[in-house]
Design a protein around this ligand. Structure first.
Ligand code: HEM
Ligand SMILES: [Cu+2]
Length: 536
């Protein structure tokens, strides 16, 4: 519950920044009190993409682990230590952003430089999250020791995979923060190797999106079937998909650097191929979900090609919100394939199309699923019940979110195709003809963003209501069982040495040679740039 408080406070603050951004980008509004646009955008990105997600996910995963494999008092103590280390890191980082000494956006690209405490705070968040990794893995492997030869509970297996991905990938961001950014911001070294730091960032940045997505998939595979009165279509397929994420989600960071001049095109090509491999487990997931829906609907007696759809509990927000999230993943995933294609990337790179893309993936698919989880998880944690009032409000919230997002994200996609840059406080560019083409879409973006903000207010109200005011009672913790006719899960999925070994081998293959190349052929390092210019 402590994690949930941080997550929903972040949602409110981040949403407010989002509202300011869309208003500024109409070109009709400027920020009061000399507040800088990039400061607002840094708060938005950090608090929504890094803080909200990490706290929600780690909290949700503790709940899953406690329920499936149990949590001892010692593990609980370490979980609290992890929480406080992350919280202190978050506060330190937030203070530096609020003081205007870290207007570096959530990707903190060098040579933009922030105050050292910004990076130190981030490092603390990462270290805190590593403690959570060890707590979850300790829970998992303790269970396995006590149940030799048995297949582990599906949700615990999924949490273990997600935490291993998180651990391997955060090593990259920790390396650039500790070895490069902190010494450079402290003035111990004068220059920084920009390409090395961006490469280490994206070594982390892509698996990061899977760290967000996999908890949503956990809910889709193993919780939604229970809510719709069905069974898990195939335990093995679910595990196969998660193992593919472990293998393919990390060695692909170059697809964010396709226009980076210092990387050999051959290695970009290799990583793009691996990127397309990571689309496969998402397609497996889509297949699995519809198989589950179909068998649940048919078991209730609905017939016909799509008749089973009528058997789904459309009026239950625990199903409805994540389902809308799944629908959003269709255009979101298609957009992702466009981004990852070297040639098409040239068209959309650094335009607001990209922002439209991740407001569909992260801010719709993932977030609506997280909301869907909250409708039962918060009452379970607070000993209350999800009542009809909140269920109805939740359905309205989902619809408001979808409409707002459809308009905002649609406008972003189109404006991006017309060339409108992302991360720019300029809207009219001095009245240039080119920029005039974008203005209409930027108005649409503001309308959609304002509707979305109403959705955020609704969700925060729902959270407060479920936490403090909903009627006392016992809410179900929905966990599905595997279908009777599914084949037994092969034990090879529990061969952790094999899968982690393969993951490391793929990473070494995809990164070693180009990384040596980047270091050996690097241009001179860069001195720091600070925004706004002249702060110290
Ligand atoms: C009221 C709801 C929201 C609105 C109106 C909104 C609006 C925006 C806008 C206009 C931008 C781009 C600004 C620019 O590039 O100049 C942006 C960026 C971003 N948004 Fe949102 N957003 C909202 C909710 C969310 C949520 C829920 C998430 C994630 C959970 C999110 C994550 C991000 C991220 C990661 C960026 C990129 C920041 C950067 O480029 O540094 N947003 N948002
Ligand atoms: Cu990526």
């Amino acid at each position: 519950m402590a994690h949930m408080y941080v997550a929903f406070i972040s949602l409110l603050i981040g949403g407010l920044m989002g509202l300011l951004q869309v208003l500024v980008r109409t070109g009709k509004m400027t920020l009061p009190f000399g507040i800088d646009y990039y400061q607002v955008l840094t708060v938005h990105g950090v608090i929504l993409a890094l803080v909200l997600t990490t706290f929600f996910i780690i909290g949700f995963q503790y709940a899953l682990m406690s329920k499936t494999v149990g949590m001892s008092d010692g593990e609980r103590k370490w979980a609290w230590i992890s929480f406080y280390v992350m919280l202190i890191g978050t506060v330190v980082t937030a203070v530096m952003i609020l003081l205007g000494k870290a207007n570096v956006l959530y990707t903190f690209y060098a040579p933009l430089q922030a105050h050292p405490l910004f990076y130190i705070g981030l490092a603390l968040v990462v270290v805190g999250s590593w403690i959570a990794v060890f707590v979850n893995l300790h829970q998992f492997f303790k269970w396995k020791k006590q149940h030799r030869g048995e297949v582990s509970p599906l949700l615990a297996f999924m949490v273990a995979i997600n935490m291993i991905i998180w651990f391997i990938s955060t090593l990259g961001v920790a390396a650039t923060v500790v070895i490069q950014l902190i010494p450079w911001s402290l003035g111990l070294v004068d220059e920084i190797n920009v390409l090395v730091s961006r490469t280490l960032f994206w070594y982390f940045g892509h698996p990061l999106v899977y760290f967000w997505l996999l908890p949503a998939y956990m809910a889709w595979y193993a919780i939604i079937p229970k809510i719709i009165g069905g069974k898990i279509f195939s335990d093995s397929l679910a595990r196969l998909a998660f193992i593919m994420f472990l293998l393919f989600s990390i060695p692909v960071g170059f697809h964010h650097q396709l226009l980076e001049p210092g990387i050999d095109p051959f290695w970009k090509y290799i990583q793009v191929v691996l990127t397309f491999a990571v689309a496969i487990p998402s397609l497996l997931t889509a297949f699995s979900m519809f198989a589950t829906f179909e068998s649940a609907g048919r078991a209730k007696g609905y017939t016909g090609l799509f008749g089973f759809m009528r058997g789904l509990p459309w009026k239950d927000v625990r199903f409805f919100a994540p389902f809308v999230g799944m629908l959003a993943f269709v255009p979101a995933g298609a957009g992702g394939l466009i981004n990852a294609s070297h040639q098409l990337n040239q068209v959309v790179h650094n335009t607001i199309w990209v922002t439209g893309h991740f407001h569909l993936t992260l801010a719709t698919t993932v977030i609506l699923t997280f909301f869907g989880i909250s409708y039962w998880l918060i009452p379970v944690l607070t000993g209350r019940k999800l009542n009809a009032h909140i269920n109805r409000l939740g359905i309205i919230q989902t619809i408001v979110w979808s409409i707002g997002m459809f308009i905002m994200s649609g406008a972003m996609h189109i404006a991006g195709l017309l060339g409108a840059p992302r991360r720019s406080s300029y809207s009219e560019y001095g009245g240039s003809e080119q920029a005039m083409e974008w203005i209409g879409y930027q108005y649409a973006q503001a309308i959609g963003g304002s509707i979305l903000f109403i959705g955020i207010l609704l969700m925060v109200y729902i959270f407060v209501y479920m936490t403090f005011f909903a009627p006392k009672g016992q809410e179900e913790f929905p966990m599905a069982e595997t279908a009777e006719d599914a084949l037994p899960t092969p034990m090879v999925f529990e061969n952790w040495k094999l899968w982690i070994g393969l993951a490391v081998a793929l990473i070494l293959f995809a990164y070693t040679i180009p990384f040596i190349d980047i270091i050996q052929n690097s241009p001179p390092g860069s001195p720091p740039f600070k925004w706004p210019i002249g702060y110290n």
